[in-house]
Design a protein. Structure first.
Length: 448
């Protein structure tokens, strides 16, 4: 929720004048928003203090929405700048032309409610500045974790605290795939096929499985939690395509599970922000480890409040529409009383820490020659980069090759990555089979 609204005249709403709303998009989420606006019209009016009236819906293919009749238009630009309009609700997604339309609306003084994580992560600053300039509200609870109330607690409920870490599962598609692999021993490809068949994965799942969706959400979370502008380009991003059934089994042997995590934290001295997305092993006893299927959960750590966990439906038409309606009610209330919502807070302006200097741990699986001296050579490669080994385990061994698993202590990412590159060059290493990070999310914010 960034942006603010200039003091409105309370007299504008005397007599219950309606809050007039336009929508951009009417797909899975938009259709649910329309349904809820109609079915809950009486309750919404009571909660807001004035009727909430839908006055237009911009879509590309009007013939697909005959039930909306005269509300339909294909001219989004004209709709969002209507002089009688109060609020624009955007559920289309993507960057352009949506950015242009929302900037037009904000500059015209129309408040905006959006679920557009990609746009907010790429250019939320421009939207915030336009909202500030005109006095409009900009709310976006639905952009991260669907129905889960998360952004408002970060921005408002924890405003008196110092947040040190926000880490969690913010993509339901990848969580479903990894959960399916853990439960059945399925391969990544088979689990993806199941997710597609059940509607959890798109025909092109790249945004989800390659981590881009989670990276956009991580940028939004880091920006709010640390009062610093963080964009998707600042977020280190890796997906789950290379996670195998062997990796899942290896995690289980260590008492861990593998999850695609978005991790945002304050780090270092001088202070900085780290924002990253990648699959990682986490202890099976951590609350996030029990989050299965398409659900989302975010673990927040703050100095005074301690550890908090937010859990629920992270996607889907009705859950996301719930978050959109919550924002719409908040914006409408501000209009009724002549108030305004929270503005963007970027006072900290912390630098984003390069991924190479972020401390982490590695779980490295190697196919090595089965002969004397191999372990010493492998240990030497780690030692040369200043990386300490926590545990080593060997399986197999037929006189030709063996499988060697190395778990490290905490070290800078750059040193660990350099070690893996060196291992791959060794004559005794037949192949680096997998590299996964190991996260201990309950520890205090990392310094260094």
């Amino acid at each position: 929720m960034i942006g603010g609204r200039k003091q409105a005249e309370p007299a504008e709403r005397v007599g219950g004048a309606p809050i007039r709303v336009a929508m951009l998009g009417c797909g899975t989420v938009g259709g649910e928003v329309v349904r809820l606006l109609r079915e809950q019209a009486t309750d919404l009016a009571a909660r807001v203090g004035a009727p909430v009236e839908l006055v237009g819906v911009a879509v590309r293919r009007p013939h697909r929405h005959p039930e909306l009749g005269e509300l339909l238009t294909t001219d989004a630009s004209a709709l969002v700048t209507r002089p009688d309009l109060d609020v624009v609700v955007e559920v289309i997604g993507g960057i352009e032309p949506v950015r242009t339309w929302l900037l037009e609306a904000l500059k015209a003084g129309k408040s905006v409610v959006t679920a557009n994580k990609a746009l907010l992560a790429e250019d939320g600053a421009a939207l915030a500045e336009a909202a500030d300039s005109s006095g409009a509200d900009l709310y976006y609870e639905a952009s991260v974790a669907g129905a889960i109330p998360l952004l408002r607690p970060l921005r408002e409920s924890l405003a008196g605290d110092r947040i040190t870490r926000v880490a969690g599962i913010v993509n339901g598609t990848t969580n479903f795939i990894l959960s399916s692999m853990a439960a059945s021993g399925a391969s990544y490809a088979d689990a993806l096929d199941e997710a597609t068949r059940l509607g959890y994965a798109e025909a092109d799942p790249s945004a989800d499985v390659d981590g881009y969706d989670a990276a956009s959400k991580a940028a939004i979370l880091a920006s709010l939690a640390f009062h610093t502008r963080v964009t998707a380009a600042d977020v280190h991003c890796e997906g789950i395509r290379d996670v195998s059934a062997v990796d899942i089994a290896a995690a289980r042997r260590l008492g861990c599970v593998i999850k695609l995590l978005a991790i945002c934290e304050r780090t270092g001295d001088p202070e900085s922000v780290s924002a990253r997305v990648y699959p990682a092993m986490i202890p099976a006893v951590h609350p996030l480890a029990a989050v299965d299927g398409a659900f989302n959960a975010v673990f927040v750590e703050a100095e005074a409040a301690g550890q908090l966990m937010f859990y629920g439906q992270g996607a889907g038409g009705a859950p996301t529409a719930s978050a959109v309606l919550g924002d719409l009610v908040a914006v409408a209330r501000n209009l009724v009383v002549g108030g305004r919502g929270p503005r963007e807070s970027t006072y900290a302006s912390l630098p984003v820490r390069p991924m190479g200097s972020v401390p982490t741990r590695y779980h490295v699986s190697l196919d090595v020659a089965d002969r004397a001296g191999v372990l010493a050579t492998i240990s030497g490669a780690f030692a040369a980069q200043g990386v300490s080994i926590a545990a080593v385990r060997q399986t197999g061994g037929d006189g030709t090759s063996a499988r060697l698993v190395v778990v490290t202590h905490v070290a800078p990412e750059a040193a660990l990555a350099a070690t893996v590159r060196e291992l791959a060059r060794l004559e005794i290493v037949n192949g680096v089979e997998s590299v996964l990070r190991v996260e201990e999310l309950g520890r205090k914010g990392v310094a260094g």
